[in-house]
Design a protein around this ligand. Structure first.
Ligand SMILES: [Zn+2]
Length: 183
């Protein structure tokens, strides 16, 4: 282990021949070894402290994300209204849809859902997660338009799979056809 440390010092000096590699200087190596030793000597104590820090930081991080979400969401909703209108309709069942920003207590089945018409689009994840974590700027608006998302109500969106959609619809047609034959 000792020889490895020395090798590290030599490697650092040879790679950065005209500069000093700050991570490989004898004092840096010594400090690192001291920290490592402290970690193993106080393992339980360090773990407990880390747990407290993570818990504390998590709530800060969540609060930070909420602020960002609210900030981006209102800008995106304004943009969506400019392209889809104030009260768009579900492209499958024709139901009038409401924007959740204006109607926070809206039921999930009446909520506007952006539907992946195709498997491969520039935005592959859930659209709401994508736009909530990005500012509504020209660059991202262009990506959004390229996806040609469909507008569905929550109920139709749940019923319609994205993968193998055509096959699924053919199967439904076949099933409905069979049902009609037996009536
Ligand atoms: Zn619908």
């Amino acid at each position: 282990m000792k020889s490895n440390t020395n090798d590290l010092v030599c490697q650092g000096e040879s790679v950065y021949s005209d500069k000093i590699n700050i991570y490989s200087t004898p004092s840096a190596v010594k400090n690192r070894e001291r920290s490592r030793q402290y970690y193993y000597d106080h393992l339980e104590e360090v773990k407990a402290k880390n747990k407290i820090y993570r818990t504390k930081n998590l709530s800060n991080r969540k609060a930070c994300l909420e602020v960002l979400n609210a900030k981006y969401l209102s800008a995106w909703t304004k943009y969506f209204k400019s392209i889809y209108g104030n009260q768009p309709i579900c492209e499958v069942c024709g139901k009038k849809l409401l924007w959740s920003v204006d109607n926070p207590n809206i039921k999930s089945k009446d909520r506007i859902c952006f539907d992946h018409r195709y498997n491969q689009t520039p935005i592959n994840c859930i659209p709401a997660i994508w736009y909530r974590s990005r500012p509504c700027i020209d660059k991202y608006q262009k990506i959004w338009v390229q996806c040609h998302f469909g507008l569905l109500c929550g109920q139709c969106n749940v019923c319609l799979p994205t993968k193998n959609r055509k096959t699924w619809l053919e199967n439904i047609n076949r099933y409905v056809g069979k049902t009609n034959e037996t009536m």
